[in-house]
Design a protein around this ligand. Structure first.
Ligand code: GCU
Length: 446
């Protein structure tokens, strides 16, 4: 009796799933199906002695069990497999560039920043509808540039006007999470928000060293809250009747990364920029984004992850700091729905984050941590960089040169680079100096 009942329940479940896939219009299913109650994750571990042993998947073993021993097989076979796994199980797949992608330069000012730079502002339209969503790209190009310059590209958190006090920057009109004391009112930026994030953007150093800076507000691509993907760029790509991404389709991080590729599409058309020498850089959730942008789009010549933590450089299997369960619980819109399957079984993930770092190979990649950013697990970030080494070695690149965390504030620079800086979760002039030295080295400026 008991077993019969159980069986019939199972059958009903399957029947409904089949029915929903075949006959129900997707719109009704999505709107009417109550979301599964989310299970609260356990508190994070901050005690190194309590980290249980774990085993990492081997980046160099193909699904069919064969070992990869040369760069060509890596590129042609294993890289393709791993990229597909990250797409399906973590970040979600993304659409190609829209056919209607359009750029309008709405500001070009020579002699900006006291004569140091040319400032450009470009509207990037993702569809034929100019009402949006649209992304405003801000560029500072060194005034004295003799020709096309290498460029740092990164998304910002508070709107372009927050990265510098320059009164010429258009104040963002997009939805903002920003706090009242920083000058944000009713989820909008005001004049008072100019320069509030300038400490994180060492514009002077970037320009003085001959680089351009390009940045855009991440919320122009998709506002950072869980609204069931009604705003931002996702709806532009829904099939008829679709109201939210499928379980293997892009979450917000994949959308932000896609936006970075669209920024690069513009940079390729700007004669002042050397688009073959663009370093994509991001901090925290935007560091996760920079890594995924670099994985999806090999046009990015250098990839830099600043304090990216869980879902970025940090190993998921290492039980320290933020966990996969916690990140999916607090930010259900960041990754695709499939990633939630692993909340309580990270050891079943077909990859770990060292394989995300390996997807950059042979391009230079920089992973940075901060000593007091324990939530992001500096050791877990370092270990991802370390375990990506075997893939870089296939290309003849030297490894990190250390097997354990290097001393504080002493960057280890190679094709894979790493530093742990003193201080908290942030981007500082020290971080920028390291990234500039790194770019100089790899772009042949030094
Ligand atoms: C939260 C989140 C992190 C993320 C960070 C940020 O702390 O848990 O995963 O990196 O926000 O983006 O600032």
């Amino acid at each position: 009796m008991q077993s019969k009942l159980t069986k019939s329940v199972v059958v009903v479940g399957v029947g409904l799933a089949a029915l929903s896939a075949v006959t129900w219009p997707a719109r009704i299913v999505a709107a009417d199906t109550p979301t599964t109650p989310r299970k609260r994750p356990p508190p994070e571990n901050r005690d190194e002695s309590k980290v249980p042993p774990y085993e990492l998947p081997d980046a160099l073993v193909l699904k069919n069990g064969q070992r990869v021993t040369d760069a060509e097989t890596w590129t042609r076979k294993r890289r393709v497999e791993i990229l597909e796994l990250f797409r399906t199980e973590m970040f979600g797949r993304r659409p190609p560039a829209p056919i209607d992608l359009k750029f309008k330069v709405f500001d070009e000012t020579r002699g900006a920043l006291g004569g140091k730079a040319t400032r450009k502002q470009v509207a990037v339209y993702f569809s034929a509808d100019e009402k949006g969503p649209r992304m405003d790209l801000l560029l500072y190009i060194p005034a004295s540039a003799p020709g096309p310059v290498p460029t740092f590209l990164g998304l910002n958190f508070g709107g372009n006007q927050a990265i510098h006090a320059d009164p010429g920057i258009k104040v963002s009109e997009s939805w903002q999470r920003g706090r009242a004391e920083q000058g944000y009112v009713k989820n909008r930026a005001t004049e008072a928000t100019r320069g509030t994030e300038s400490k994180r953007w060492d514009v002077d150093a970037i320009l003085d060293r001959g680089y351009a800076l390009a940045t855009a507000y991440y919320g122009d691509i998709d506002p950072d809250f869980d609204d069931g993907f009604k705003n931002g760029v996702h709806p532009l790509f829904y099939r008829v009747g679709q109201t939210k991404p499928a379980s293997d389709e892009w979450g917000s991080i994949a959308a932000w990364a896609w936006g970075l590729s669209r920024a690069l599409d513009y940079l390729e058309r700007d004669p002042a920029i050397d688009a073959k020498r663009v370093a994509v850089m991001g901090h925290s959730r935007l560091g996760k984004t920079a890594l995924w942008a670099g994985a999806e789009d090999e046009r990015f010549a250098i990839v830099i992850s600043n304090d990216s933590g869980c879902g970025g450089a940090k190993l998921s299997r290492r039980v320290f700091g933020e966990s996969v369960h916690q990140i999916n619980y607090s930010y259900p819109h960041w990754f695709c729905d499939n990633f939630k399957k692993y909340n309580e079984r990270v050891s079943d993930l077909p990859f770990d984050q060292h394989m995300l770092i390996a997807l950059m190979a042979p391009r230079p990649v920089y992973v940075a941590s901060a000593e007091r950013d324990q939530q992001a697990d500096p050791r877990g970030e370092f270990l991802s960089a370390l375990h990506a080494e075997p893939v870089y070695r296939l290309f003849g690149a030297a490894g990190l040169g250390v097997k354990d965390l290097p001393p504080i504030n002493q960057p280890q620079m190679g094709a894979i680079s790493y530093h742990i800086r003193s201080g908290v979760h942030d981007v500082t002039p020290f971080d920028w100096k390291c990234y500039l030295d790194f770019a100089d080295r790899h772009f042949g400026l030094k």
